[in-house]
Write a protein that binds this ligand. Structure first.
Ligand code: HEC
Length: 393
């Protein structure tokens, strides 16, 4: 058995070596490879029957391997190594490695869930990009249609990830409308005002639309317009309607602000941080009262950080990006928040903010592992903390 395994390993290594012959030289090239494998996988990842059909096993496995390899070979690239992207990079490499292993071990249901979740990790990088796709890629994108996805939401996420925002907006709105209709029918059948399907895509779609007009293309008035469309809709859950009203109030303030969606100087970043973030009580953000501020902040912080990774303010920006991620992206399979803190500690170990990042990292871990029976931090995590402490010393 061991022999066979070794043999397989060698084969995989040989195949990998063949792949590396033309080592990718730009992030664009890598993304081209990533994208082709991802496109090939789309019809399967959105259809459980197709995904589990043994006829398709080789095709799926090959593309999964290619996708994983493409990312693994990108480690050295400059763009990937900017502080805003690297944490996502480390997460996606781990994620795909495990997805591949899950698939190879025959657990296809779970492998498919994981593969679908990959889209969200792609988004964490792509929401930081300043430019759209190249012409070459745009052409390929045209061949991907709604028919390859199992819901408007999945298609919208794909469009969002490939930065086709106008079209993504149309499909998020479709999703919301269709879900509302389904819930209405269910209420009629069950003769209950409260009946609704257990799904979160209405809320997620609304959040994506707001993110689009705050974090990605800053235009608070457009975000307010989105909310106007939904806040009085009695078919939405009451809690969601209340949230929307709060968000609207917050964004109305932003629309009067002199902030224009990006920082063009160090002075502007400083003044933004002082006005909006430095006075926040980080431990009480979970009530959501500052969500719009965090959302607005994140877009510009990422862009500034990626453009000026050597700025002495970079570790503080990573700290805030970590705070934002913790509060707003809690539904991702992975929290990137801890990864941003590690980046702050290891890459900027001499900065006073590295200490602050470490303190937050330790607090978060402690909080994460505390329960009614006390706090139990696994050895792996304790070792990681020791490693991070030694970096600063
Ligand atoms: C670690 C960050 C990161 C992750 C994760 C990531 N990307 Fe990218 N992607 C980038 C960057 C940076 C660019 C811009 C490259 C450039 O223009 O030089 C890009 C560009 C692209 C492009 C456009 C390429 C072109 O020629 O215009 C496509 C398509 C793409 N990515 C697909 C994906 C898919 C699909 C995923 C998820 C499976 C993904 N990316 C995950 C960072 C990432």
């Amino acid at each position: 058995m061991k022999g066979i395994y070794l043999c397989l390993c060698l084969l995989v290594m040989l195949a990998t070596a063949a792949d590396t012959k033309k080592a990718p030289t730009t992030t664009k090239n890598v993304m081209g490879d990533v994208f082709q494998s991802f496109l090939n996988l789309i019809p399967y990842m959105n259809n459980e029957m197709k995904f589990r059909d043994s006829k398709n096993e080789t095709l799926i496995r090959n593309n999964l391997h290619k996708l994983t390899n493409a990312f693994e070979h990108a480690k050295h690239l400059k763009k990937i190594n900017s502080p805003g992207f690297r944490p996502s990079y480390d997460v996606i490499v781990e994620h795909l490695k495990h997805t591949k292993e899950t698939f190879d071990s025959g657990n296809k249901v779970f492998a498919r869930t994981r593969l679908k979740a990959t889209t969200q990790i792609c988004m964490t990088c792509h929401s930081q990009l300043e430019r759209g796709a190249s012409r070459n890629i745009k052409k390929k994108l045209e061949s991907v249609t709604r028919g390859s996805f199992s819901s408007d939401f999945d298609y919208a996420d794909f469009l969002y990830l490939t930065r086709n925002f106008n079209k993504a907006e149309v499909y998020y709105r479709n999703e919301i409308r269709n879900r509302i209709e389904k819930n209405k029918r269910l209420r009629k059948i069950q003769k209950s005002k409260e009946a609704h399907f257990l799904d979160y895509t209405i809320e997620k779609s609304i959040k994506r639309l707001i993110t689009l007009h705050t974090k990605i293309n800053y235009n608070p008035q457009k975000a307010i317009d989105v909310m106007k469309d939904y806040k009085n809709n009695k078919n939405l859950a009451k809690k969601l309607r209340e949230d929307i009203e709060e968000w609207e109030v917050a964004l109305k303030e932003w629309s009067k602000n002199d902030y224009r969606g990006k920082f063009t100087s160090r002075k502007q970043v400083e003044s933004f941080l002082t006005k909006n973030l430095r006075s926040l009580d980080v431990s009480s953000l979970s009530d959501g009262s500052e969500d719009m501020t965090l959302l607005v902040a994140s877009g510009a912080l990422y862009r500034y950080l990626n453009r000026y990774p050597k700025s002495d303010i970079a570790p503080e920006l990573l700290y805030w990006i970590s705070v934002v991620d913790q509060q707003l992206n809690f539904n991702y399979l992975y929290s990137l928040s801890g990864m941003y803190l590690k980046e702050c500690i290891t890459q900027y170990s001499k900065s006073p903010f590295a200490k602050k990042c470490l303190a937050k990292y330790k607090d978060d871990i402690e909080f994460g592992y505390s329960g009614s029976g006390g706090t139990f931090i696994p050895k792996e995590e304790r070792d990681e903390i020791k490693r991070l402490e030694s970096v600063i010393k």
